[in-house]
Ligand binder design. Structure first.
Ligand code: FAD
Length: 317
């Protein structure tokens, strides 16, 4: 019996969310008095053995040309083989794009109970229950998993990364890998300074920015802070900004350390995608804007006066 952790990578680099799930899965293994093992699909340039410092003892690596692009069906079948071979009783994912594509399929395959949007370590004092977010992060629920194999998808930014000492043994896992039923014919890389889903700092604009011609200020601030740019849905719908920057219920869900929202009202559909940010700063000229209720810091003021002052101040740092 072990805890199996899915290590998410892109272009050979370990994704930020993986460090959180590694720390989380290792803690669950400690709770259950067992070991934590990892599974990674595809070739990786980063030091896999070094991930041992997050508490994982062994990493199973599957390399195959059919794994070149994320395919939920193909990936789930491979991870099921690793889980069965290692006797994994708890399987942990990040509740991100990969986790959402793989975990439900794996759950069906292994007849394993699945909790998505987990916020904390499971309570194992009486059975096995996991605290999760519900209603777009407005409330919490504790969900018991009664199946033999349990799958948890942890919300990004919900668990502190802990580093210790140690190296992991990296072993090649010989799995049967299906050819994907969907063929990726081309990929368009989004060119930005920082990919939005991985960004530690995000500068986001709403309809209060009045038009695409005013985005220069947000771009300058983002550049100074090493931040990614985001926007509200109406901004993307109006083609002021590309759709891949749209965050919220129908856009990307992000969890940066700092989210700066400028001229965004804070509708629930927007908050659903950003309310897991560690610190939220809101700049809005309307003191009654709902976003202020979710903000850690708020500036009531006109963005066109406030932003130049912030940019000047950041330049002086
Ligand atoms: P507005 O609501 O127009 O707000 C603009 C804000 O800017 C106001 O608060 C105003 O006070 C402020 N402002 C104006 N001028 C200035 C200035 N000069 N300086 C500072 N502040 C200023 N929205 C999303 O964002 N993401 C989603 O994923 C999403 N999904 C949706 C799904 C559904 C099913 C539905 C029904 C809606 C969804 N929406 C989504 C839309 C959402 O309900 C809001 O309409 C939207 O978020 C509002 O965008 P906004 O805050 O940019 O614009």
């Amino acid at each position: 019996m072990s805890v199996l952790i899915y290590i998410d990578q892109a272009d050979g680099h370990i994704k930020k969310a993986s460090y959180e799930v590694l720390s989380y899965g290792a803690k669950i293994a400690e709770q259950l008095g067992t070991t934590a093992e990892g599974v990674v699909l595809g070739k990786v340039q980063d030091d896999l053995a070094g991930l041992g410092k997050y508490g994982v003892k062994k990493i199973h690596q599957v390399t195959n040309d059919n794994l070149a692009h994320l395919d939920g069906q193909v990936y789930a079948k491979v991870i099921a083989q690793v889980a069965e071979k290692t006797g994994a009783k708890v399987i942990v994912f990040s509740n991100n794009v990969d986790g959402k594509a793989i975990a439900p399929r794996l759950s069906a395959k292994l007849k394993a109970g699945l909790v998505t949007g987990a916020m904390a370590l499971p309570d194992t004092s009486n059975g096995f229950s996991v605290k999760k977010t519900v209603f777009s992060g407005k409330a919490f629920a504790n969900v018991a998993i009664n199946s033999d194999v349990k799958i948890i998808a942890l919300n990004p930014n919900a668990f502190q990364v802990t580093e210790g000492a140690g190296t992991a043994e990296v072993v090649a896992f010989d799995a049967a890998v299906d050819a994907p039923k969907v063929k990726v014919t081309a990929t368009n890389k989004v060119t930005g300074e920082v990919p939005l889903s991985e960004a530690e700092v995000v500068v986001s604009g709403g309809r209060g920015m009045k038009g695409p011609e005013n985005w220069g200020m947000l771009e300058e601030l983002a550049h100074l802070l090493g931040a990614a740019l985001a926007c509200s849905r109406p901004v993307a719908d109006a083609h002021w900004r590309p759709h891949h920057e749209h965050v919220g219920q129908t856009g990307l869900a992000i969890a940066p350390n700092l989210y700066i929202a400028v001229g965004i009202s804070g509708a629930i559909q927007h908050l659903a995608g950003v309310n897991r940010s560690k610190v939220i700063v809101v700049i809005n000229k309307d003191p009654e804007a709902p976003f202020f209720k979710a903000a850690d810091y708020g500036i009531v003021g006109d963005a066109f006066e406030v932003l130049p002052k912030i940019i000047d101040a950041v330049k002086k740092l």
